[in-house]
Design a protein around this ligand. Structure first.
Ligand code: NAD
Length: 332
């Protein structure tokens, strides 16, 4: 166990984004003193930003910017990527693959400036498509990533970058932790504009249907496709536990509570207190047919796994998006 010291100098790459913003918030709260948060977006677009953090706008696809970002740091958390929900990754494969520049340049810079520990946010999209063709499939174990058949574009980049982490550890001695997130959701995330993921999109659609009185909802696919969704607090806790435990082989970080998209809509409707007429858009991007996280390895290594129920997590997310929509309407 090598808990990250409270005096360690920490870089959170992608700190203006959803998970990076929550990680910075949590590290601050725990008393970490030297946090640098870096993102490409202008400050006004960061989801969370704190005045006592060293915030910088840099483009981490550029090697020089990676050097500036990681200079003086002991630990790097790489959460920066050009990404979004299925609607984004199915239609922007080249952009997704260009995130390879971020992880590659960050690793090179980290090696050169003497970073010792490097976290990499991988994804369940690395898992082989041929293992995910049915709705009721066994949860995905870490070995199910090979023989490789990841999500085209985004998943290939993640799988390649995982291996890059492994070889930097083996050849250059930086301790790297590639972790496979399974659908993360919660407040302070993207909920509209095309990059949002299913939980936020469904909350938004239900809220707008309720507000407008037009009680219909469009669902991508036939609603039978299955997933598991991890609440953001579990994700941030898991990231830190994995780093503290120095787990260097790829590991799942996800919820084992598998639901269909229809069940996700049921839960959201129940929170909203309404029933909507469902319109299924069968030609919309929908990803694999079934997917959830096998948590045997994380249980074995940490005696822990994400435990927030989908009902509780969606209730909190729904409330936050409802308030965002209310404030947006109020400012018009
Ligand atoms: P996000 O889009 O909210 O955050 C990513 C951040 O990276 C954004 O703020 C973006 O501006 C920044 N970024 C992109 N290109 C950059 C660049 N060149 N230089 C600097 N910053 C740049 O996404 P997120 O949900 O917080 O995801 C964080 C990480 O977790 C990503 O690597 C993502 O692929 C991975 N992941 C997320 C999920 C999920 O469900 N959210 C699932 C699996 C994996």
């Amino acid at each position: 166990m090598k808990t990250v010291d409270k005096d360690a100098k920490i870089l959170v790459a992608g700190g203006g984004g959803f998970i990076g913003g929550h990680l910075v918030a949590s590290l601050r709260k725990q008393g970490y003193k030297y946090i640098r948060s870096v993102d490409r977006k202008p400050f006004g677009q960061w989801y969370q930003r704190f005045s006592d953090v060293d915030n910088r706008v840099l483009d981490l696809q550029e090697l020089d910017d990676c050097r500036e970002a990681s200079n003086g740091c002991d630990v790097v958390f790489n959460l920066a990527a050009d990404m979004g929900g299925m609607g984004f990754i199915e239609n922007n494969k080249a952009l997704c693959m260009l995130s390879v520049l971020i992880n590659t340049h960050l690793l090179l810079a980290a090696r050169d400036v003497g970073v010792q520990r490097f976290f990499y946010a991988s994804s369940a999209c690395v898992y082989a498509g041929y293992k995910q063709r049915e709705t009721d499939i066994p949860a995905l174990k870490e070995e199910d990533a090979y023989p490789a058949d990841p999500e085209d574009g985004y998943g290939w980049e993640k799988l390649f970058s995982e291996r890059m982490c492994r070889h930097f550890r083996e050849d250059f001695g930086i301790e790297t932790y590639p972790v496979r997130f399974h659908n993360v959701y919660g407040p302070f995330g993207t909920w509209d504009g095309g990059r949002e993921k299913a939980p936020a999109a469904i909350c938004r659609k239900v809220i707008l249907a309720k507000n407008s009185g037009n009680h219909e909802i469009e669902i991508w696919g036939d609603g039978l496709q299955t997933r598991s969704f991890m609440y953001i607090d579990d994700c941030v806790e898991g990231i830190q536990k994995i780093v503290d435990a120095s787990i260097v082989e790829p590991i799942n970080l996800g919820s084992a509570e598998m639901v269909s998209i229809n069940q996700l809509v049921d839960i959201t409707e129940e929170i909203a207190g309404i029933k909507l007429e469902r319109k299924y858009k069968l030609d919309a991007p929908k990803g694999v047919r079934g997917r959830s996280s096998d948590n045997a390895l994380i249980q074995k290594k940490l005696g822990w796994e994400p435990s927030t129920t989908l009902r509780d997590g969606i209730a909190r997310t729904y409330k936050w998006i409802e308030e965002e929509i209310r404030q947006g309407a109020a400012s018009l």
